[in-house]
Design a protein around this ligand. Structure first.
Ligand SMILES: [Zn+2]
Ligand SMILES: [Zn+2]
Ligand SMILES: [Zn+2]
Length: 340
């Protein structure tokens, strides 16, 4: 099924808008991890040429809005019947491998529009507008976690064409997963019954060398062992599990912190064109539907560049070993970001 990138007539999209999973989760017998095979997403449009679908009056935003969410027309994960992953994963190894375990990619793929203004960015928005974005993230997290097939909600932003954002208009995405994905699961295990984020943040506050900025309860720092040049973490000092669990004041602090910390990335290597602003990957980790005391909401920022115009490729040595290497010393990155 194909769709011209410039085809913005609603009728043309009815056929591709999917409310049942078209992706397939396959279990890799070597890694024991699930991979989402989403062949249908190959045909999704690249940078649309005929008008922005996220501007007011565009395909995805027919009415005026302040912030807005909608289901992705090309969903990586889509609503469906719950899958019992525990049963599949606990099956004896041999039959499981023989069966080539695969299940429908159930879950959710949503798009969140941060602002009706096409040229804006999360860092450049007024405080009150970022606050609305945070409220919407929290609202969608709660709504998705209440669905039977969803166990985990990942809130994220791919900013910049370099990281695959197909539309420049300020927006992020939300994926609802049918299981706790390996990255947050690993962090929880590192807490070993306590909280790895509380421990990390306490050490950073004690040292101060890698702190970038603080806004009320929220702190931004360059991780001691940052795998990415100018990578950052954001977290509240208080051990709070999720975006919905943040109170009004903590949401205010997060709104200030996002503007402050992400604004430093914009100023680090100033761009003349808004489409060329410092690209980054940003994602929040938070508690799953089943809860648990070990979760501490926080965000990761990973820029794909290590110097202006110089991509930071994750190459064979890193992918092959699982050990990242970073050419910018975290203390130097933090100093540069403090000065930006
Ligand atoms: Zn737009
Ligand atoms: Zn904690
Ligand atoms: Zn994390």
């Amino acid at each position: 099924m194909t769709r011209r990138p410039d085809d913005t007539s609603p009728g043309a999209d009815a056929a591709v808008a999917s409310e049942t999973p078209r992706g397939e989760l396959r279990l890799d017998p070597l890694t024991g991890e699930w991979v989402n095979i989403v062949g249908h997403r190959q045909a999704r449009p690249n940078l649309p040429s005929a008008g922005c679908p996220f501007c007011v009056g565009g395909l995805e935003a027919p009415e005026p809005y302040e912030v807005r969410w909608f289901a992705n027309r090309w969903p990586a994960l889509a609503p469906g019947a719950p899958v019992d992953f525990a049963e599949i994963e606990s099956a004896p190894e041999a039959p499981r491998v023989a069966a080539r375990a695969s299940v429908p990619a159930v879950g959710a793929s949503e798009v969140v529009l941060f602002s009706p203004e096409h040229g804006q960015s999360l860092a450049g928005l007024p405080f009150a507008q970022v606050r609305k974005v945070i409220d919407l993230w929290a609202e969608r997290t709660e709504a998705l976690l209440s669905r039977a097939e969803i166990e985990y909600v990942l809130v994220f932003e791919n900013r910049g064409r370099e990281v695959g954002a197909t539309i420049d208009h300020p927006h992020g995405q939300i994926y609802g997963y049918p299981f706790v994905p390996p990255a947050p699961a690993r962090e929880l295990r590192q807490g070993a019954g306590g909280c790895a984020v509380c421990r990390d943040l306490a050490l950073e506050l004690e040292s101060g060398a890698r702190i970038v900025t603080e806004c009320g309860d929220w702190v931004a720092w360059v991780p001691f062992a940052s795998g990415y040049s100018y990578g950052m973490r954001f977290a509240p000092r208080a051990h709070i599990g999720s975006l919905p669990a943040l109170d009004e004041r903590s949401r205010d602090d997060l709104a200030h912190l996002l503007g402050d910390a992400l604004g430093r990335l914009d100023r680090l290597w100033p761009a003349t064109d808004t489409a060329d602003r410092f690209p980054y990957l940003l994602w929040f980790h938070q508690a799953p539907a089943s809860g648990g005391d070990g979760w501490h909401v926080h965000a990761h920022v990973a820029p794909p560049f290590r110097a202006p115009g110089v991509p930071r490729y994750v190459a064979s040595g890193e992918l092959g070993s699982g050990t990242l290497s970073n050419t910018v010393v975290p203390e130097d990155a933090a100093a540069a970001l403090r000065d930006a």
